[in-house]
Design a protein around this ligand. Sequence first.
Ligand code: HEC
Ligand code: HEC
Length: 306
Amino acid sequence: MNTSKQVNVMIGLLFLAFATFGGYILYEVPRAESATERQDELLAHRGAALFVANCRSCHGLMGLGGEEGGIAPALNRTSFLILGETNSYGAPATPEGEARAVHDFLFNTISCGRTNTAMPVWSEHYGGPLSDTQIDYLVTMITAGRWDLVEELGHEHDIATDPPTTAADILISDPAALSLTTKNCGQFNALTAKEFYERDPLAAAPVDGEPTPVPGDGTPAPAGPTVQGLPVADFFLATCATCHGQKREGLIGPALTPSVLTQSADFYFTTVVEGRAGTAMPSWRAAGLTDDEIHALVEYIMTVEP
Ligand code: HEC
Ligand code: HEC
């Protein structure tokens, strides 16, 4: 074999090696992706099964809360989504820090329940029935928004009983029958949870070069009383409306309008300060509102027409 032939053979071998490995790399990437997808699907599936067995009674058959006649708030909401690089919404991936914060919020709330509300403790570390792994399955299902799996498994479950299970069998209608969760490991209350309701992971990423508005840059301070820095009406919408309705028309909790609130202001003040034992109405003093803020809220619901 002369040198030029040897070189040709070498090039040939190199080419062959490249073709094999290159092909392998091209093949390996999609295979790895679909393995992760299958893994995520499996975790969400387990989360959905746990949701069907444990959470539908209060959060609704599809996790839609009050909208479905549940006594607890909706968990089926875009603000709880964590988005990957490729997602069916075409929205940007959730930054890692934010994804971790949402995960920790849900994990902590499910583990610990919520003090002074009907949300029970679920973690076996605090006397509940679920392991950390199981709570992670639930968080995966909620942050992936896999309510389709909840619907599918719920349906399979409900038609398998004789007679078939109905929504009325599942949903708890009398919150007064529930016991309240006492002080525990929970790091969140209805106020600190607010930032997680208000996320909008589906909004487009901020346009580069557009300055972010700085607080105090000429925006006038809201006139009138504020609660946690928000005008009373805005605070009500962001925090109380989950249970009392966007127009204060009543949902999980009763309507809160001047015409139906016929007791004294002191009576409603005490209700908001202490919450109502055995119902979903939490103590807002425990949640961190000051007396002045609670007075402002009571005055608002008793005097301002919706
Ligand atoms: C007995 C009724 C009940 C059951 C069962 C229940 N929850 Fe809750 N849950 C509540 C109530 C009430 C709240 C609202 C607490 C509050 O007012 O801050 C809540 C709040 C939550 C929150 C916080 C959401 C938010 O709006 O801040 C999460 C997350 C949650 N529940 C998950 C679950 C999961 C997962 C299960 C099943 C393992 C479950 N819950 C079962 C009553 C229940
Ligand atoms: C997690 C659900 C939930 C949230 C959030 C919530 N409430 Fe309630 N609220 C209830 C329920 C349920 C009742 C009814 C309790 C009962 O049966 O006595 C109630 C009752 C009340 C009442 C007494 C009404 C009456 O006619 O006796 C007032 C006042 C009130 N809520 C104000 C508020 C305000 C103000 C906020 C926000 C700071 C708020 N609630 C947030 C669930 C909620």
